[in-house]
Ligand binder design. Structure first.
Ligand SMILES: Nc1nc2c(ncn2[C@@H]2O[C@H](COP(=O)(O)OP(=O)(O)OP(=O)(O)O)[C@@H](O)[C@H]2O)c(=O)[nH]1
Length: 517
């Protein structure tokens, strides 16, 4: 009786241990799931961060993200990782390939330079040495930029030599080039730090005393500024791609390592489970085969000791597995946090850049690209709501006279003041963009045909009343405005044409007036 109850309690103990093992296994599964969730978040962040760099890479990461969502198919995800790593590397190699093309371009250009007539011997020797240096490959953009600058300086020296040989006089073509360069740099959005320099250049290009040398210098400066900007952008992208590549490699290593460890402990556990089952069968066999109670007790005790031993090994194995899982989850979390921070700062830069690209650098009003986008939006809203929408084109009258009489930078300041006044005279739902030169486009929704003339005349009067004072002279600056309402069935670009034609009429009917088509 006593033996029976001890046997029962041992079997009870055994059941408890088996139950504890089951719970431990479930905990491991939970931990594994939390690791996979962290990994999925990581891949999501990374896929968003990489977006736009390379379409194939975008698709691969999106696919990877979907597959990661299904925990049961982790082993299907692993073969994708080397391909993604390959794409990141190939993007890097693409940049390096471009550098190589740049190097061969410089080599060709320097050869052309040597063919220029009357090139001084000293300069020709320097260019030859420079060409020898060009035979070494570039490792980064920072190898490339100084070479471009150096070559521009050789070019300048060669040209100046020719100018000294045969003095160049400023021809109409030079004036035309200078006008076109000024227009071109008005359309390019330069970073804040470069704007002062660009404005000075515009003054020089508009000046009556323009020289061929100054025109060349202006080209050289603009080229240098653009190269600096390109180099800065490329360096940032390269750095970011490298960080992503490193992070991905380390994630791949962690996942592979933890996957092979999990497989290994799975095998060990299966082996231990088999041994425990054998021992339980042994206990059952002993119960069936041995009648003598003391012999039976001894056998069962031996089998139970074996079972205990296997359970202890299994528990130690599970603890080690859990510790390893915890460690890789922590490492993944850290990688994720680092990459999130990196992605955030990169995204902020992109947003900043996007904002800059939509603003006119002189007036800080939305530019033509922003106008196109807003026209689209307003037109869709108009079609959807069946509301009213007006397009107005405003142009400063006799603006050329301001430039001619008081200088280009006074003209620029006038444009800035008028832009600000236009913006301030509109409601939040209304929109004004600098269309180009001294021309602005307004989009005005939800105003009736009765009210539009009054609204636009108020804007016109507001500009007229700005107390401009140039060289102690009180100047009145006026606007001519043409406007048209978007008609049902009409495209907004056709409305724009009608508004522009109305402006043309306003200009020819004495200016300083509003004409509604
Ligand atoms: N200062 C400055 N001038 C500019 C800018 N963009 C265009 N302009 C000048 O604006 C002037 C426009 O002249 P026109 O097209 O003849 O027009 P207008 O003198 O305003 O005469 P109407 O429009 O007929 O009243 C030109 O002299 C351009 O050089 C700019 O960004 N800054």
């Amino acid at each position: 009786m006593n033996d029976d109850s001890s046997e029962m309690s041992q079997i009870g103990l055994l059941k408890q241990k088996l139950q504890a093992t089951k719970v431990a296994l479930e905990e491991i599964n939970d931990d594994r799931n939390s690791k996979l969730i962290a990994l999925t978040q990581f891949i999501t962040q990374m896929s968003l961060a990489c977006k736009g760099q390379n379409l194939e890479l975008d698709n691969k990461l999106a696919k990877l993200r979907v597959n990661m969502g299904n925990f049961e198919h982790l082993d299907e995800v692993l073969p994708e990782l080397p391909e993604i790593e390959r794409l990141l590397k190939s993007q890097y190699h693409h940049v390096m390939g471009k550098l190589e093309q740049g190097r061969s371009g410089l080599t060709n250009f320097s050869r052309e330079l040597l063919r220029i007539k009357h090139i001084p011997e000293k300069l020709s020797r320097e260019i030859s040495i420079f060409r020898q240096e060009l035979s070494k490959p570039f490792h980064s953009l920072w190898d490339y930029i100084p070479k471009v600058e150096q070559l521009i300086s050789y070019y300048e020296q060669a040209l100046l030599q020719n100018v000294q040989d045969e003095p160049l006089i400023i021809l109409p073509i030079h004036r035309q080039l200078s006008y076109e360069l000024a227009q071109l740099i008005s359309d390019i959005e330069f970073p804040k730090a470069q704007r002062e320099q660009v404005l000075r250049l515009k003054d020089i290009l508009a000046s009556d005393s323009l020289q061929v040398e100054t025109l060349l210098e202006a080209y050289q400066t603009i080229l240098r500024l653009l190269l600096e900007n390109i180099a800065r952008e490329k360096a940032t992208s390269q750095e970011f791609l490298q960080t992503l590549n490193d992070a991905l490699t380390s994630v791949r290593d962690i996942v592979s390592e933890s996957f092979s460890q999990t497989q290994h402990s799975q095998q060990l556990k299966q082996q231990l489970n088999g041994e425990i089952n054998n021992q339980v069968n042994n206990v059952l066999n002993s119960l069936n085969e041995i009648d003598e109670i003391s012999q039976l007790k001894q056998k069962v005790t031996e089998h139970l000791a074996e079972i205990q031993n296997r359970l202890a090994r299994k528990e130690a194995l599970e603890q080690r597995e859990m510790a390893l899982l915890q460690k890789s989850v922590n490492t993944l979390r850290k990688e994720l946090a680092d990459l999130s921070a990196e992605t955030l700062s990169y995204r902020e830069r992109l947003c900043e850049q996007q904002k800059i690209n939509q603003l006119d650098s002189l007036t800080q009003l939305p530019n033509r690209a922003a106008l196109d986008e807003r026209m689209d939006q307003e037109f869709r809203r108009f079609q959807h709501n069946n509301s009213t929408l007006w397009v107005a084109v405003a142009d400063i009258d006799h603006f050329k006279q301001i430039n001619d009489s008081f200088g280009h930078s006074t003209g620029d300041k006038t444009l800035q003041v008028i832009a600000m006044a236009l913006k301030n005279s509109l409601r939040d739902t209304e929109f004004v963009a600098r269309y180009g030169g001294e021309e602005f486009v307004l989009l005005i929704p939800d105003v009736s045909a009765n009210d539009i003339a009054q609204l636009l005349n108020r804007v016109r009067e507001k500009i007229k009343n700005i107390p401009f004072k140039f060289k102690n002279q009180r100047i009145t600056v006026t606007l001519s405005i043409g406007a048209a309402q978007v008609l049902n069935g009409e495209h907004i670009l056709d409305t724009f044409e009608r508004a522009d034609a109305a402006l043309y009429k306003a200009k020819h009917e004495s200016r300083d007036r509003v004409i509604i088509d």
